[in-house]
Design a protein around this ligand. Structure first.
Ligand SMILES: [Zn+2]
Length: 68
């Protein structure tokens, strides 16, 4: 997680992360809230979220996501 918090720019849109950042549900990208909104509208978002929840249930907290 060190890399996540030390990052200065969003992986996806390359803008400043000053206004907030969040981990992508699809992969390990660090994205802004704007990109997160787009992600939630993705038809595969639920699939990605469920897959992550399943991994966490198994005790795996380093799930890399289902991929974009
Ligand atoms: Zn963004």
């Amino acid at each position: 997680m060190d890399k996540f918090f030390s990052k200065k720019y969003r992986d996806r849109c390359r803008k400043s992360l000053e206004s907030g950042r969040i981990m992508s549900m699809f992969n390990e990208d660090c994205i802004c809230l704007e990109c997160k909104d787009k992600e939630i509208k993705d038809p595969r978002y639920e699939e990605a979220r469920d897959a992550e929840a399943e991994e966490v249930k198994k005790g795996k907290y380093n799930f890399k996501g289902i991929g974009k």
